[in-house]
Design a protein around this ligand. Structure first.
Ligand SMILES: Nc1nc2c(ncn2[C@@H]2O[C@H](COP(=O)(O)OP(=O)(O)O)[C@@H](O)[C@H]2O)c(=O)[nH]1
Ligand SMILES: [Mg+2]
Length: 333
């Protein structure tokens, strides 16, 4: 953050007024690694908290090439036509080099980018998945404070990022490729269990028939998974993002899910659960940082690790030794 930042009060007002430039600056502030920025960012978030929570939060995942960007652009443009304001965020810890390859790849959502009611932000470029996810979550709150009523969070379907994104949204959608026979391809059971819907994309041209076969296979697979909600059973659909087919239907489905979970109280409960889990994630991260930095711990880590590797002590005994060193230090300070 080289440019001078406006005062917090000014930034807060501008974000609340829906100023996209201010929103971008605010997100830059939360992504900054400077301690003074981190303090200001937290102050800003606190001040904006009452204005958050108003968006439909939708996570979208899928393997590279499945059509996430094309789908998000089609959905975003559709929503803007409906009078919505749409923010697109990304969690992409896989590519620190490009600073968010997800949104920087060949489909850049150029049409969506030109819309006054759209805001697109690539993944933060630095940090662990935990750090990236944390900042995306905060960015989502800022988008809500700026009046965006739909937040689409994109993540690439590799590693643990789906779990992180599913843990910050109201609806988690998995995009899939039309694929043959027994290769219920790519999708891990764990991801399937997170999904509120599976959507087979590219249901067009040569792959139209295959998309339908794939969809019905996934529908069968979903039926074997126990539903996690009393009011919603995950479904398998198909769409063609490039032909703009099935997009409005996907949105109707998301609204239906929303209406049902709102009526049953599950939507509120889901968000409460996510907020509590987020707090504990931060506590755990903070504790681990403090632990690793503690002088009484750091001095002993190397030797204990060596003992564990050489089978001179058990991991449990080594962990106990480190923890009591840490706790002893805590009590004396
Ligand atoms: N036939 C067809 N191609 C699509 C569709 N959606 C995306 N594609 C193409 O698939 C490729 C990858 O799309 P992209 O949106 O960049 O995928 P991402 O990597 O998941 O973001 C591009 O060449 C798109 O034009 C679709 O619905 N039908
Ligand atoms: Mg993409």
């Amino acid at each position: 953050v080289s440019e001078a930042l406006p005062s917090l009060a000014a930034l807060r007002e501008a974000v609340l007024a829906g100023d996209r430039r201010a929103l971008a600056q605010a997100i830059t502030l939360i992504e900054s690694t400077r301690p003074d920025h981190a303090l200001r960012a937290q102050e800003l978030l606190e001040a904006l908290l009452p204005a958050t929570g108003g968006a439909a939060r939708v996570g979208i995942t899928g393997s590279p090439g499945v059509g996430k960007s094309t789908f998000i652009e089609a959905l975003g443009l559709y929503l803007i036509q409906q009078g919505r304001k749409v923010a697109v965020l990304a969690v992409d810890p896989s590519s620190p080099v490009t600073g968010g390859s997800i949104l920087g790849d060949k489909t850049r959502m150029e049409r969506l980018m030109r819309e006054a009611n759209a805001f697109i932000r690539p993944s933060p470029s630095a940090g662990s998945l935990g750090g990236v996810a944390e900042r995306t979550r905060e960015a989502m709150l800022l988008c809500e404070a700026a009046g965006f009523d739909v937040v689409l969070v994109e993540t690439v379907g590799i590693g643990q990022s789906e779990v992180a994104v599913a843990g910050m949204v109201d609806f988690f959608l998995v995009l899939l490729m039309p694929a043959g026979g027994d290769e219920l391809q790519g999708i891990k059971k764990g991801v399937m269990e997170l999904a509120d819907a599976l959507v087979v994309n590219k249901a067009d041209g040569d792959t139209a028939a295959l998309a339908e076969t794939t969809r019905s296979e996934y529908a069968g697979a979903l039926a074997l998974i126990r539903a996690t909600s009393a009011s919603w059973t995950p479904v398998a659909r198909k769409a063609s993002a490039s032909l703009n087919e099935g997009i409005s239907e996907v949105w109707e489905m998301i609204l239906e899910h929303r209406a049902r979970l709102e009526a049953s109280g599950e939507l509120e409960e889901r968000r409460h659960r996510q907020a509590r889990a987020w707090m504990w994630t931060l506590v755990e991260q903070g504790l681990e940082r403090a632990f690793r930095r503690d002088p009484r711990v750091t001095g002993r880590i190397e030797a204990l690790e060596a003992d564990v590797t050489a089978l001179k002590t058990t991991p449990a005994a080594a962990a106990r030794a480190l923890l009591s060193a840490f706790q002893g230090a805590e009590e004396e300070t």
